[in-house]
Design a protein around this ligand. Structure first.
Ligand code: UD2
Length: 327
């Protein structure tokens, strides 16, 4: 994609989505700075382009590091956050310090450093368990976790910074993002990262509830493209857009698809539904199509195939590393 800016800052650029965005910006010829505390991000996600970016290890609440990272930056992509819903439930105050105050620091730095545009990573969590489908941006948000409140607060701050200070801001509400580099190490990791890990190690996956609950899974490269489109668009200021596909895949079917891809033989184990689990989630996609010209490039089948290749390759590489270490 042709960009109309030369310098960008990515907060959370060592994370799953952030590192893919950094790759795309570098590939487009942009000079990229990254700030990441490495609390959940991993420097290994950036290893292959480490020499081509300016990496600042630090927290977004560290004003000195943030100001330095934002120097001469034209577009700022704000992805750094406490991203786990259960973690924000366990630690509402600590997570608010990062997700609320941290976002405010980022916007304020953007204002003081004359950054032209900020693209804020929000979440479909803001819709809560309103059963109306598909989720439209015009719906009244019903946040039901500290995480959702924090993301909604970030959107409001972004809008206020646009109205009060003329900073160009756009918020993107991601649905269930999946793809290479998604970390499966927590029980609350995305279901695709968990199922992929089970598939490549021939372990038994767990399906919570009856497996008929479904999600709108969006491939990480499409999320990257939505970010780039928001950065260059003429009609995005002060707005909020869903980033999803408009298609919803049941969890039971998801495991079947992964099983077919991988040749895994295991049958899933069924456990009681997770408290607060919503039944169906699907994005309304008309607004982002109209204003940003965004439609996903990746079908679910293609994205899932690419994701599987990555998990299989990672497993192979890890096995080889262990062998070398042991000898
Ligand atoms: C997603 C987001 C979360 C928040 C939320 C808002 C991810 C990873 N999480 O949570 O940040 O935005 O949406 O609604 O994108 N499941 C299983 N077995 C497993 C793991 C999960 O059956 O081993 C089920 C789970 O019960 C749920 C579905 O898979 O019904 C998706 O779970 P998830 O944790 O990937 O994502 P979700 O939608 O709960």
């Amino acid at each position: 994609m042709k960009l109309n800016f030369n310098r960008a800052l990515v907060t959370g650029g060592a994370g799953f989505i952030g590192s893919h965005l950094v790759d795309a910006l570098v590939a487009a010829g942009c000079r990229v700075a990254v700030i990441d505390s490495l609390a959940t991000g991993a420097i290994s996600n950036l290893e292959h382009i480490r020499g081509q970016i300016a990496f600042h290890q630090g927290d977004i609440r560290d004003r000195k590091i943030l100001e330095k990272a934002a120097e001469n930056c034209e577009v700022l992509f704000h992805l750094a956050a406490v991203v786990s819903v259960p973690e924000t439930v366990a630690n509402p105050v600590e997570s608010a310090c990062v997700n609320d105050l941290g976002t405010l620091y980022v916007l304020e730095t953007a204002r003081r450093r004359n950054v032209k545009r900020v693209v804020f990573s929000s979440s479909c969590a803001v819709y809560g368990d309103d059963p109306a489908l598909p989720k439209q941006e015009s719906m009244l948000p019903q946040p039901c976790s500290p995480y959702a409140v924090q993301k909604l607060t970030g959107e409001h701050y972004a809008q206020v910074y646009h109205e009060l200070y003329g900073l160009e801001t756009t918020s993107l509400r991601y649905f269930n993002v999946y793809g290479p580099r998604q970390d499966p190490s927590s029980p609350y990791s995305g279901v695709i990262s968990l199922f992929m890990t089970h598939a490549v190690s021939d372990a038994v996956p767990v399906i919570f509830g009856d497996g008929h609950q479904s999600r709108d899974f969006v491939y990480v490269q499409d999320v990257v493209r939505a970010n780039l489109l928001a950065a260059v668009a003429d009609q995005a200021d002060g707005q909020v857009f869903n980033v999803g596909t408009g298609r919803s895949v049941p969890i039971k079917r998801l495991w079947e698809m992964i099983r077919m891809l991988s040749g895994a033989t295991r049958q899933p184990r069924y456990e009681p539904a997770r408290a607060g689990d919503i039944v169906k989630s699907v994005a309304g996609t008309a607004l982002i199509k109209k204003h940003l010209g965004f439609a996903p490039d990746y079908t679910f089948e293609r994205g899932l195939g690419l994701t599987f290749e990555w998990y299989r390759e990672s497993r192979r590489a890890e096995g080889a590393r262990r062998k070398t270490d042991a000898s």
